[in-house]
Design a protein around this ligand. Structure first.
Ligand code: ARG
Length: 391
């Protein structure tokens, strides 16, 4: 009997898929659920219950948040990778991690076929399949949403009912992907990019009274955030806590039309409160510490890094090589950034580092100036020589 490992979320698509694959291929199906969001125990139990009811031989859930942050999110943070100016890549960074675990689990269970529930229009299919092909030479990938008979959500609901698969019956207004680094929301009324997102589209930053102005401090060690308000905390706790705090100020929302890998533009909204703050604070420290040439070069690298992540080419030689450059650039990115959180935004209000290259005695316009301004005239004459009119 053929065995198939399904990247399982507990949602409608992948629940139908378990049964559909089992019947169509006369296969033994297994569900693998990568927990990158921090599922509560009741949610995990429900995913297992649904998967088994849908026909899975086994449903495995693994909490991958620590590895996700350490090996995928933080390298991208160190690289200052942001896609098209507004997307901190939460979904895009999770896909290669999930693919890696699917490949490992498939090997462990001696399974040769892996299936996922991505549509044929999105980036996630590209990321999953590219990653699986990069990591394994003999795993076959099935993407039933690209060829099964169901055209609409209603078709799937009818199928689930007929097969007695327990599903969420509330109709969904949006398609949502959430993990500890951020939430992506698309579809429904969001498909008109000229219209503001309805209030109910926001998942993390909605419907709470806005917080009062408050200062926070974040410390970085070699480019990695390690403490919040002077207290050392692990990565999962730091990011989760910062999400909770910053979400109450509606920090980290973005609303954008983005260029997908498959050629279309799509309107997407994002919520990534911790990511917005950590990216801003990290870059702020780099401005304090890095020499200007490394800083400017790194800004170019950031764009390429973001594209590699977005386009699913995490497991590529270029990403590894760029990581070499990025890690070297982070050796001195140690210090603390102070921020003022306020309704709908935040400001960076201070930064310190033992490796700061800011020198007050050179920058000052007051007492104690050590800058030799007599050198400026000659410097400017030579600096402008090639473009100056002959005089
Ligand atoms: N557009 C984003 C990306 O390509 C998010 C896709 C997430 N999926 C969703 N169902 N909202 O990474």
């Amino acid at each position: 009997m053929e065995k198939i490992l399904v990247a399982y979320s507990g949602g409608l698509d992948t629940s139908c898929m378990l049964r559909w694959l089992a019947e169509k291929y006369n296969a033994e199906v297994y569900g693998y659920c990568a927990d990158v969001a921090g599922l509560v125990p009741s949610a995990k139990r429900e995913i297992v219950r649904r998967g088994l009811a849908a026909g899975a031989k086994k449903v495995i859930i693994e909490d991958l948040r620590g590895e996700f942050l350490k090996d995928f999110v933080f390298p991208a943070l160190e690289a200052d990778a942001v896609y098209e100016g507004g997307y901190f890549l939460a979904t895009a960074l999770a896909r290669p991690l999930i693919a890696k675990h699917l490949v490992e689990m498939a090997k462990k269970l001696k399974i040769k076929t892996v299936a996922h529930g991505c549509t044929g229009k999105g980036n996630d299919q590209v990321r999953f399949e590219t990653s699986i092909y990069a990591l394994s030479s003999n795993i076959k990938v099935l993407a039933p949403l690209r060829f099964w008979e169901f055209q609409t959500r209603e078709d799937e609901v009818a199928y689930a009912r007929a097969k007695k698969i327990p599903i969420e019956t509330r109709s969904k207004k949006y398609s949502i992907d959430e993990n500890v680094w951020g939430v992506a929301i698309e579809c429904g009324s969001l498909e008109d990019p000229s219209v503001a997102p309805p209030a109910d589209a926001w998942q993390m930053t909605a419907s709470r009274p806005l917080g009062k102005e408050r200062k926070i401090r974040i410390s970085f060690r070699r480019g990695i955030p390690v403490s919040l308000n002077g207290k050392m905390v692990g990565s999962v706790e730091l990011v989760s806590k910062l999400n909770r705090i910053a979400a109450s100020y509606r920090i980290g929302r973005s609303d954008m039309v983005e260029s997908r890998v498959v050629g279309i533009k799509s309107r997407e909204i994002y919520e990534a409160p911790a990511a917005a703050i950590l990216h801003a604070a990290h870059f702020d420290l780099e401005r304090l510490i890095l020499d200007k040439e490394t800083l400017h070069y790194k800004e170019k690298v950031a764009k390429d890094y973001a594209w590699l992540v977005y386009s699913g080419r995490w497991f590529s030689p270029l990403r590894e090589a760029l990581d070499g450059f990025v890690s070297r650039s982070q050796e001195k990115i140690t210090g603390e950034v102070s921020l003022l959180l306020k309704p709908n935004g935040f400001e960076i209000v201070g930064r310190t580092s033992p490796h700061s290259v800011y020198r007050r005695e050179l920058a000052t316009y007051s007492e104690g100036d050590e800058f030799n301004r007599n050198h400026a005239e000659g410097f400017i004459k030579l600096f402008s020589l090639d473009i100056a009119k002959k005089r």
